[in-house]
Design a protein around this ligand. Structure first.
Ligand code: ATP
Ligand code: MG
Length: 573
């Protein structure tokens, strides 16, 4: 491709709308342009890289035995009602009306559609296992679309769905996809790690996210660099020893004027360490109040409580609701003496005594509180968010916490959707059974940006060769048709193209500095500079993106470039 024949509108400055580096580079390199919040145009360079990622995905999905299909983005709401997700998915579902005012849903994902398809097409165990995938546009009404392609309202996803006869076979399908994902991200030049994750509203329990560690990532992972344990903090656990000094003194109220927080109680004159306090939080879960108790030094983990409650229809209670329930206001809440309400305490509080908690009376707290004696009806569960430095649940060494970008996720779904929608098969004995399902997503457009997030320097993008829009940029410093640099450039261009190398020929009438800067910015992995001065010395200048200039003889240029390209591809195969 000749630069003057394509559209690569590079920008010197970062547009103000871009908050993170990879987003700035997408705009500056002329890869995307914004239409509206969370909606982007892909320009030619963007489409090329996207197509390359999609090709890698297709090759690996096909190799894993999955079958490509294509489902409609527009979906009838009835199937969402059937699966029970119409309410749960709630505000993130884009809904549109047709001319007859009938409502439709713009698909944020396709479990409902694919299960409906399977219900019609699969009827015998002989057809299983089967794995169907598509690469398609998804719509999600994200509360905060941001960071460019990372959190968009319209984005491209590869989604696959497996159907098996039983759990054991479904687990094989899961591992098959897990391994395919590892290969896909490796081939895209992305260091992505599988971490244990929370199943959210998907149903099913077994799931891994593939994440790319990055400070700008919107999820947090806890990991152990000794044994390799890694989990999303929504799910992560730790092994803190429970060591409470027994305190059998009777509870006693004491005055705490003006104290409204855990923190203020840690200060003089009270000096109660946060780990000796019980934090009391009230939530409304599908209309009913639930009290959550945590040690004062921990935060409630909403993803974990969703798993325990089996619903995402919960919210923190409002002051009036709390007052109604506990006859007190936040600041001095406690669960001592409360009955008739579900009380769920974090595991770390099991056996705790000598604790301090609110007295449900403004300006008062209780001390010498024993969980067993004073809050006997509490059930215990893991509801806290782990913190940096806590002992790893597997090996006990300190956990670390980092931000990360989720690029993909694999789920073992079980029979939630197949039962609800009636995707049944008859087994060898003719009995009707629900298919055991799995689902597997990769954010294709998010992956594109994640690759940049992991591969850039001060000059711009440094594409892995497998995802680069072009493998080689030829930069003649004189573009007059009869000049030696341009003639050589044309010769290399046709020879390399004939060898299957993807070449961008920078035939613009620009200063060398501008051309070099642009080719670095758009991140072409290999550059060949051809100038009159160096030609006079019998050389042209080969350069790997981010590497040193390599003077070579023009006779060797084509072979050297082909070899370099092959080496780079080899590293990522
Ligand atoms: P997140 O937690 O980031 O909202 P998710 O867990 O809801 O994502 P999935 O339903 O697992 O997303 O979708 C599969 C993949 O689609 C994700 O791993 C991610 O790469 C991508 N994805 C999800 N939401 C978006 C979005 N709003 N914009 C771009 N890509 C997205
Ligand atoms: Mg996910």
């Amino acid at each position: 491709m000749r630069w003057t024949h394509t559209l690569i509108p590079t920008l010197r400055e970062s547009p103000a709308e871009a908050e993170i580096l990879s987003h700035q580079l997408l705009l500056r390199a002329g890869i995307i342009r914004k239409l509206a919040a969370g909606l982007y145009n892909f320009l030619p360079l963007g489409v090329k890289s996207l197509q390359k990622i999609q090709k890698i995905i297709r090759e690996e999905m096909d190799r894993a035995g999955a079958l490509e299909i294509l489902m409609p983005a527009l979906q009838p709401p009835e199937i969402w009602q059937q699966s029970g997700r119409y309410e749960v998915a709630g505000d993130t579902l884009f809904k549109v009306n047709d001319h007859a005012k009938r409502e439709w849903v713009l698909g944020p994902t396709h479990e409902e559609v694919v299960t409906t398809l399977a219900a019609g097409e699969i009827n015998s165990y002989r057809q299983l296992p089967i794995n169907l995938y598509q690469i398609q546009t998804k719509f999600r009404d994200e509360i905060r679309p941001r960071f460019g392609l990372m959190r968009a309202r319209e984005f491209i996803m590869k989604d696959a769905y497996s159907f098996d006869v039983d759990d054991e076979s479904s687990m094989k399908s899961y591992h098959n996809m897990y391994n395919a994902y590892k290969r896909i991200f490796h081939r895209c030049g992305l260091k992505a790690y599988p971490v244990e994750a929370d199943a959210g509203v998907m149903g099913g329990k077994h799931t891994h996210e593939f994440v790319v560690p990055a400070d700008t990532g919107e999820c947090e992972i806890a990991f152990c660099d000794v044994c390799g344990y890694a989990a999303n903090v929504e799910k992560a656990d730790s092994k803190i020893p429970l060591s409470y000094t027994p305190d059998e003194a009777p509870t006693e109220a004491f005055e705490t004027p003006g104290v409204k927080s855990i923190d203020s109680l840690t200060k003089a004159p009270f000096n109660v360490p946060a780990e000796m306090q019980i934090k009391t939080l009230v939530y409304i879960v599908e209309d009913k109040p639930v009290i959550f108790l945590l040690r004062g030094d921990y935060q409630l983990n909403e993803a974990k409580i969703a798993g325990i409650l089996g619903t995402t229809l919960y919210r923190p209670a409002e002051e009036a609701e709390i007052k109604n329930l506990l006859n007190a206001l936040p600041g001095s809440l406690g669960a001592v003496g409360i009955s008739g309400v579900r009380i769920c305490a974090d595991l770390l509080l099991k056996g705790a005594s000598g604790m301090v908690t609110g007295a449900n009376r403004d300006g008062f707290h209780l001390r010498h509180v024993s969980m067993k004696r004073d809050i006997p009806c509490a059930e215990f569960a893991d509801i806290r968010t782990v913190k940096e430095g806590e002992p790893c649940p597997k090996c006990g060494k300190p956990l670390h916490i980092r931000h990360a970008i989720e690029v993909g996720q694999v789920f073992k779904l079980g029979t939630k959707y197949s039962t609800a929608i009636g995707a049944l098969y008859s087994d060898e004995k003719g009995a009707q059974k629900p298919c055991v399902m799995g689902c597997y997503g990769i954010g294709v457009t998010r992956t594109l940006q994640a690759v940049i997030e992991q591969n850039f320097d001060k000059d711009g993008i440094n594409w892995p060769i497998t995802v680069a829009p072009y493998q080689v940029c030829i930069t003649p410093l004189n573009i007059a048709p009869e000049s030696e640099p341009m003639q050589l450039a044309e010769k290399f261009y046709s020879e390399l193209t004939a060898r299957g190398i993807e070449v961008l020929l920078d035939d613009r009438d620009e200063r060398p500095g501008v051309k070099f800067k642009d080719s670095e910015l758009i991140g072409i992995p290999i550059r060949l500079g051809i100038g009159e001065k160096s030609l006079a010395k019998g050389i042209v200048e080969l350069k790997r993106r981010g590497g040193e200039l390599m003077p070579i003889s023009p006779d060797q240029a084509v072979e050297s470039i082909v070899k370099l390209v092959q080496e780079e591809i080899q590293k990522l195969s």
